[in-house]
Design a protein around this ligand. Sequence first.
Ligand SMILES: Nc1ncnc2c1ncn2[C@@H]1O[C@H](COP(=O)(O)OP(=O)(O)O)[C@@H](O)[C@H]1O
Ligand SMILES: [Mg+2]
Length: 318
Amino acid sequence: MNIPWVEKYRPQTLDDVVGQEQIVTRLKRYVDENSMPNIMFTGSAGVGKTTCALALAKSLLGEYWQQNFLELNASDARGIDTVRNEIKSFCKLKAVGSPFRIIFLDEVDNMTKDAQQALRREMEMYTKTSSFILSCNYSSKIIDPIQSRCAIFRFAPIKAFEIIKRLKYIAQEEGIEAEETALENIVYFTQGDMRRSINILQASTTEDKKITEDAVYDVISRAKPKDVRKIINKALDKDFMGARDLLRDILIVEGISGDDLITQLYQEVTEMSTSGLLDEENFVKIMEYMSECDYRIREGANPRLQLEALISKFLLVK
Ligand SMILES: Nc1ncnc2c1ncn2[C@@H]1O[C@H](COP(=O)(O)OP(=O)(O)O)[C@@H](O)[C@H]1O
Ligand SMILES: [Mg+2]
């Protein structure tokens, strides 16, 4: 059977979760005490919120966890009333074989304020029998009465070295040979999102069980950072034609989109500034040119023309 690696390598226990040490420690305390309050997980995608909810539920509810655990998505296509009806009918029943029941409600920040008010009343009504785990990307979108009823756990993006370690582990388990630079490029692109990192790893594995830098770039359809850096350096060295040729290769031969490329130029220029390769005055000038170019591309101007005009402006920089 072909299980996606994100599922195959989802940590089954809190101890196996990568990073998020403080969160894991706090959650284990609930397991030790054999009880939990209502809790809220917030943080960006692919950092372990659902994974921790499942692992916590398994530890707390034990053998009968499946009967006593309900996972729902607040953005369910069938509508919020269906979601609330499921919560109601689940909470009315007493826990069997476990001390209480757990409802895991994902994407709560997509609920309207009214729906959140109703949810809050349900949370109050069923406190004796059930605990809620709410999950969202932004806690600021959740009404105060819910926030104040929950212990809040803020999930951070996972550190690059920790993702690389995990990717190496998966590659080893799968009998795959992975280039170090390929893995580095995955984490550069995914910025702390473990789910996307693993998905890219799987998608870029070749038939002969290898993961190369080129295969990674095919999958993420991004330009290689070193090529982007080359464009910038050529332009700053006043070699317009050289910079333009590279730009065309990336846009036409590699098929990278204009707005992806401008984002990458931004990323590279920022890095050059932080590492002292570009002084502040020039950095500010370039940022101004780039934001103008970005705006025009988003408004529908021809991306290639705009990007060529942008690099021609790099020549004005001292
Ligand atoms: N902290 C983590 N440690 C190990 N694997 C993780 C972690 N976070 C995410 N993953 C991987 O990414 C997948 C999706 O993670 P998930 O917990 O569903 O993310 P989300 O924060 O979006 O709920 C998991 O199945 C697992 O393979
Ligand atoms: Mg999730």
